[in-house]
Design a protein. Structure first.
Length: 184
């Protein structure tokens, strides 16, 4: 990894990954844990950025489009919004590191309505590595925005999972063939 690269760990929370999560991808998301932790450790050790854009919601928000599509999930201050598995203690250990930070997002894309693009450009980051869930929702929309903002994109296929196998396969193909992402 290099100083101009950032690892984005997208929405790896209990609600999206744990068996009892409100909107879980379950087993396919759970098996990502070792790969995500390994990448986080590599990026942190190399002095690269580790960024955790994390979905946050208010239950029954009449103005949020997801309210009509999905059950309440990733509600601020709940168990469901906590990082899943070993990512929780990993983040607690590294949250005060200069190049590790978590921030709230309220839309699928980690860029939508956030200062992520500004922060990446200030730090001269030109390549984003994507892991997390769901491959065909939040990871996909983040990748599309990264493409439109002219970032190099690397998707770690052992670090992403979708709600369905068809969604996973479609999204990985879209990353590579439509967005020009490198699939590792």
């Amino acid at each position: 990894m290099a100083a101009n690269e950032a690892l984005l760990i997208i929405d790896y929370t209990n609600d999206f990954v744990h068996d009892k999560g409100a909107l879980t991808c379950g087993g396919p998301g759970q098996v990502l844990e070792p790969a995500i932790i390994k990448l986080a450790n590599q990026f942190e050790a190399d002095g690269s950025w580790v960024i955790l854009p994390t979905d946050v919601h208010t239950p029954n928000d009449p103005y949020h489009p997801e309210t009509k599509l999905f059950p309440p999930h990733n509600v601020r201050g709940t168990w469901g919004r906590e990082f899943y598995g070993e990512l929780k203690p990993w983040f607690e250990t590294h949250q005060n590191d200069d190049k590790v930070y978590m921030y709230d997002k309220t839309r699928y894309s980690a860029f939508a309505g956030t200062d992520l693009d500004l922060r990446l450009r200030e730090r001269h980051v030109d390549t984003v590595h994507l892991v997390g869930v769901c491959t065909d929702i939040c990871v996909l929309h983040t990748a599309v925005d990264a493409y439109n903002l002219n970032y190099n994109i690397v998707v770690h296929k052992d670090g992403v999972a979708a709600l369905t196998p068809a969604g996973q396969e479609w999204a990985l193909g879209h990353f590579e063939h439509v967005l020009g992402a490198k699939i590792e």
